[in-house]
Design a protein. Structure first.
Length: 540
């Protein structure tokens, strides 16, 4: 595969022209202008990328092309969007219905929330075929099978009756792509289509889109904050910042000679460096021996166990004070299950030693005092912070549970924790929805940090964050580790972040460890073919 394979010898014609577009939410003095006089062109058969951090206006701009913003709350004070000579902003509902899903399609970031949980894969794809092509019955089924085959779903017949929750993240995204391509659109809008996917699945999805693009002559508007993806797959780039396009041009030109300071900042925002080496005499504070988590598969009227899903199968590891162990692998490899087993949040077999005490045999009342020393930060801070509790209440929850300090002392501890994670203590009375993703993750780290734990398990803590924010969080974690001799188990599929933060790396596949070594050795000379594939997908 060559980069930007959608280029041609003759200049491509404009398919969509966005001119001087602004988007405003609300009215009067409280109105917020999310997009400010944006102009760009999407050419036939080419990929154009809109890049920028969260809140820069990328998705709002893209949704305007299909008039999918919440009207009348959203409005366009000025501008036009021309497609086939018509201004979409002035089109009636009937014209819009003909365009949506037929001539212009969209893939959203999170397929689980975009797919209907009550309908099968077949029904959801067939719906689009019926609406625009009047296909039904055997004809619709045959076309659905063709689409599932096209997007790389194995044994598509067996997936027709599946519901979204029965599919993996990669499979759900492929179904979304099949729905978007059902009527062979001229333009596909891909809004962060691979953010939550593993690097190998991400590569498969993007190469699949590129192959289909070449086959159908389709244009793609790619919306992402991942510049590595843009560099590989887009021909032209528009860089957005605070609702405005600050730079535009061909991909090579933008990456090799960025002009705007914001573009330069985005391109240089890559987690770098290494963690400070661990002292040779540092004590081992955690050890697992042949750790297993098997989930029974039961069948029949009596519910007999016929087999097991071996989510974690015989894993042995050690963790020293002040050390970071990176755990990598694709979705379903058992990374999170391993973390939950160490935290004693799910049942497991095999010895777990914490400070030379075997904790896998302790009951819940005995393990409760140790939870102060074993903390966790989850992938989605918005989901792990209660929307009904202020920041102060969220952070103080652990102090209350473990009966630490008096009320006056707790306020001082909360203030110090917020300062340590780089937040103004005055924000403690606000609620989680009032913060950005990076700020919410800092609050989650403060909540774990306030208990002064020995180990923090970080489960994909940066995967949903912009690159610039990722760098900030990685540097924060390094600083806190040095200050308090913290030990981390860092679970991630982002190998560049793992490389910058980890002393050792454990590679998992289908519940087992396929490779385990120091970070330097693993990233410079991986021995297992699976590890080599992961690194190739992430860094080439």
């Amino acid at each position: 595969m060559t980069e930007h394979s959608n280029t041609s010898q003759t200049p491509a014609k404009n398919l969509v022209k966005v001119n001087n577009l602004s988007v405003q939410f609300g009215q009067g003095s409280s109105a917020i202008t999310a997009v400010k006089s944006v102009s760009f062109e999407i050419k036939k058969g080419e990929t154009m990328a809109l890049v920028g951090e969260s809140g820069s206006g990328k998705s709002v701009t893209a949704l305007s092309i299909l008039r999918l913003l919440p009207y009348p709350k959203a409005s366009h004070p000025n501008g036009s969007i021309h497609y086939q000579g018509k201004d979409i902003l002035k089109a009636d509902e009937r014209s819009l219905r003909n365009i949506r899903g037929d001539q212009i399609s969209i893939i959203f970031q999170e397929p689980m929330t975009s797919l209907n949980p009550l309908h099968t894969v077949e029904k959801q794809i067939a719906e689009s075929l019926w609406l625009h092509k009047l296909l039904k019955g055997d004809a619709a089924r045959q076309r659905t099978l063709e689409l599932l085959t096209l997007v790389g779903i194995r044994e598509p017949e067996s997936r027709l009756a599946s519901y979204p929750h029965q599919l993996s993240g990669g499979q759900r995204q492929r179904v979304m792509i099949a729905m978007a391509l059902a009527n062979e659109p001229e333009l596909l809008i891909a809004d962060e289509p691979t953010t939550a996917l593993d690097v190998t699945v991400q590569k498969q999805i993007l190469e699949l889109l590129q192959q289909i693009q070449k086959k159908l002559g389709m244009a793609i508007l790619l919306i992402t904050h991942d510049l590595n993806i843009v560099k590989r797959y887009a021909k032209n780039v528009c860089v957005m910042h605070q609702g405005e396009i600050v730079e535009r041009g061909e991909t090579g030109q933008i990456f090799n000679h960025p002009q705007a300071s914001y573009t330069q900042q985005l391109i240089s925002a890559e987690p770098t460096g290494k963690p400070k080496p661990v002292e040779n005499n540092s004590e081992c504070i955690l050890e697992t021996e042949d750790l297993k988590v098997w989930f029974p598969i039961k069948r029949g009227f009596l519910g007999r166990t016929v087999d097991h899903v071996k989510a974690v199968n015989g894993i042995s590891l050690t963790l020293k004070r002040g050390e970071t162990l990176g755990v990598v692998g694709e979705s379903g490899s058992g990374k999170t299950t391993l973390g939950l087993a160490i935290l004693r949040l799910i049942r497991s077999e095999g010895a777990i030693h914490f400070h030379n005490t075997r904790i896998d045999t302790l009951n819940q009342s005995s393990i409760k005092p140790l939870r102060r020393q074993l903390q966790v930060v989850f992938q989605d801070p918005f989901g792990s912070l209660s929307p009904r509790m202020s920041v102060e209440e969220c952070i103080a929850e652990g102090l209350t549970v473990h009966n630490i300090g008096k009320e006056s002392e707790r306020e001082s501890l909360i203030t110090r924790a917020l300062i340590e994670v780089g937040l103004d203590p005055n924000v403690r009375h606000r609620y989680p929805h009032e913060f950005s993703g990076g700020q919410r993750q800092r609050i989650s780290i403060a909540r774990a940090l306030i208990l002064k734990p020995d180990i923090i398990i970080l489960d994909e803590p940066t995967s949903a964050l912009d690159r610039t924010v990722q760098v900030q969080i990685v540097e924060l974690l390094k600083e806190l580790q040095l200050k308090y001799s913290l030990s981390y188990i860092f679970i991630s599929h982002d190998l560049s972040v793992v490389k910058a933060l980890s002393h050792k790396v454990l590679v998992m596949k289908q519940g087992e460890v396929v490779e385990q070594s120091t970070a330097d050795t693993l990233f410079s000379s991986p021995s297992h073919a699976y590890t080599q594939d992961l690194l190739k997908a992430a860094f080439e």
